[in-house]
Design a protein. Structure first.
Length: 210
C-alpha cells in the first residue's frame, strides 16, 4: 500500500518540484514530456563524448529523431523519466529514467545522465531518489543497471541508495541489481511531499514551468 508521501510524488513532479543541491544551486525536477524533444537534444549536445559513451555504452554522435521520440513519448508507468531543469535558465541538465522488464514487472532498468558541467553537485543523487520514489509508486521494487566496469562514479551513486549486488560481468561491463529503498528522497523534496500529504491537493509550486 502506498504511503501518503509516496502517493503525492507523481503530483509534485508533474508540475516541477524545486530542489536545492548541496552546492546551493536551484533546480526543478519533473516528468519528461513529449514536447521536451528539443530540450533533450540541447542537453545531449552539452554531453562530452566520454559522458555519451558511459550512458549509451557506444559512441553516439547525435540523437536521431526516433531516439528522441522513444526517450520523450513515454507512458509514465512502464517507462518513466524525470528531467532536471536549471532554475535560472530552464535548460535540461540531467535525466533519470527507468524501463520496466516485461518478463519481471517488479524489476526495471535504470539510468541517470547529468551534463558534464553539473556533475559533482548532487543532481544525479536527487534524480535517482525521485525516480526511485516513482518506481515504487508503480509497483517496481528492484533496479538493474548495465554499466562500464570503469564507471566508478555511477557505482558510487547507486551505493548511496543501498546495497548493490553485481549480477554478471561481461568484457568491460557490469550488470548490477539493487533493491529500491522505501525512503531516500532528497530533503527538499521530502519536505514538499510531507506538506502535500497533509493536504487534499498538491502543493502549488511558484513559477512551475508547464
Amino acid at each position: 500500500m502506498r504511503s501518503p508521501q509516496e502517493s503525492r510524488t507523481l503530483e509534485l513532479v508533474s508540475f516541477g518540484a524545486p530542489i536545492t543541491l548541496r552546492d546551493g544551486s536551484h533546480v526543478r525536477v519533473r516528468q519528461i514530456r513529449g514536447s521536451d524533444k528539443e530540450l533533450l537534444l540541447r542537453g545531449f549536445e552539452r554531453l562530452s563524448p566520454d559522458s555519451r559513451y558511459r550512458r549509451f555504452l557506444a559512441p553516439i554522435p547525435e540523437l536521431t529523431e526516433g531516439m528522441a521520440r522513444y526517450l520523450t513519448e513515454i507512458d509514465h508507468h512502464d517507462h518513466e523519466a524525470i528531467v532536471g531543469l536549471d532554475e535560472a535558465t530552464g535548460d535540461g541538465i540531467g535525466v533519470a529514467r527507468y524501463v520496466r522488464d516485461p518478463e519481471r514487472p517488479e524489476v526495471a532498468e535504470v539510468a541517470v545522465t547529468v551534463i558534464d558541467d553539473w556533475q559533482g553537485r548532487g543532481l544525479g543523487t536527487s534524480l535517482l531518489e525521485v525516480i526511485s520514489a516513482r518506481a515504487r509508486e508503480e509497483g517496481i521494487t528492484t533496479f538493474t543497471a548495465l554499466l562500464l566496469a570503469t564507471n566508478e562514479e555511477m557505482m558510487d551513486l547507486f551505493r548511496r541508495l543501498g546495497p548493490v549486488r553485481i549480477v554478471d560481468r561481461e568484457t568491460g561491463l557490469v550488470v548490477i541489481e539493487m533493491p529500491i529503498p522505501a525512503i531516500g528522497l532528497a530533503p527538499a523534496l521530502t519536505k514538499l511531499l510531507r506538506i502535500a500529504a497533509s493536504s487534499d491537493v498538491a502543493v502549488p509550486l511558484d513559477g512551475a514551468r508547464r
